[in-house]
Design a protein around this ligand. Structure first.
Ligand code: MF3
Ligand code: CO
Length: 291
């Protein structure tokens, strides 16, 4: 069907340009990969310039919110205070915190402390203590465009082992990011992340991962870190997704809170770390949109 889109018709991407001078050669290249058996992205995963510009604006807020948290986070602070900082900073800048009411999630941000893997509820009962490591996961909606990234914070005096977990997890993201390029594979990134975590004696959570993002909070593809180089989805310019591995000091197994169905903790009670970036595949590599 799509091959039959006339050369002079407006391109499917919404750029307003003629198909032949926009995504026609691109579609031919994707078709070649598909014929070889590759998993290829659908058109709806490819953002055009106008969409990318709007998504960048959303990311600016998301980064500013994380910067505000970075400035104010301190020992003795309840994580509910982080929720307030995120809500206030986001709304003052004209955005909406994406987690709030998302599938019933009751807060503006996820704050996951120590053995919490992700989706931690901010609470006035959770007070940050010296030695804690905490992930603050922010997501923003601006005019319907989504951004999503997270950082780790180390409170006071953090043990060398926990510090190493936080640093290695950040390196995992950086090494994964280096693999992101057009006409490469999502598995190139996934394997780089997993190899580095494993080489350091850590484990990577398997079935919670990253995702496409931009026009919705969570879009295809699912972004795994247990995939092999040269496999998984083909990466092409215009795709936007997150790299957000959860790296555990001990077992990769986890439990979901029976109480609220959201909060996730390591089964062995050992610490877990996560950094999340949002990345755009460009014509000649990648661009980090939010961190
Ligand atoms: N920010 C999380 C992510 O990285 C999403 C959490 S869902 C929420 O995908 F509802 F908890 F916000
Ligand atoms: Co995410």
């Amino acid at each position: 069907m799509l091959e039959k889109l006339g050369r002079n018709f407006p391109c499917w991407c919404g750029s307003g340009r003629k198909y032949k001078s926009c995504h026609m050669a691109f579609d031919e290249r994707i078709a070649e990969h598909k014929n070889r058996g590759d998993i290829v992205p659908r058109h709806k995963m490819i953002k055009n310039e106008a969409q990318i510009a709007k998504i960048r604006e959303s990311c600016k807020i998301n980064v500013a919110v994380l910067d505000a948290v970075a400035e104010q986070i301190r020992e003795g602070m309840p994580t509910s205070e982080i929720d307030r900082i995120v809500y206030d900073t986001t709304t003052k800048m004209g955005g909406i915190p994406a987690p709030l009411h998302y599938q019933g999630f009751p807060y503006s941000v996820c704050t996951s402390v120590n053995e919490q893997v992700c989706h931690g509820f901010p609470s006035d009962k959770v007070i940050l203590r010296s030695g804690d490591i905490v992930n603050v996961d922010c997501s923003t909606i601006l005019d319907g465009y989504f951004s999503d990234s997270s950082r780790m914070f180390m409170i006071g005096d953090v043990s060398p082992e926990k510090r190493r977990l936080v640093e290695v997890t950040k390196e995992c993201v950086e090494l994964g990011l280096k693999q992101v390029k057009p006409w490469g594979y999502l598995g190139d990134m996934g394997q780089a992340v997993n190899d580095h975590a494993k080489a350091n004696g850590f484990s990577v959570v398997r079935d919670i991962g990253g995702h496409g993002v931009g026009l919705e909070f969570h879009e295809d593809p699912f972004v795994s870190y247990v995939t092999q180089r040269g496999t998984d989805m083909l990466l092409v310019p215009g795709m936007i997704f997150t790299i957000e591995p959860m790296v555990n000091m001990g077992t990769c197994l986890y439990d979901v809170s029976a109480e609220n169905g959201w909060e996730i903790t390591t089964r062995d009670g050992k610490p877990s770390a996560q950094w999340e970036i949002m990345v755009l595949v460009t014509e000649d590599g990648h661009e980090v949109l939010s961190w």
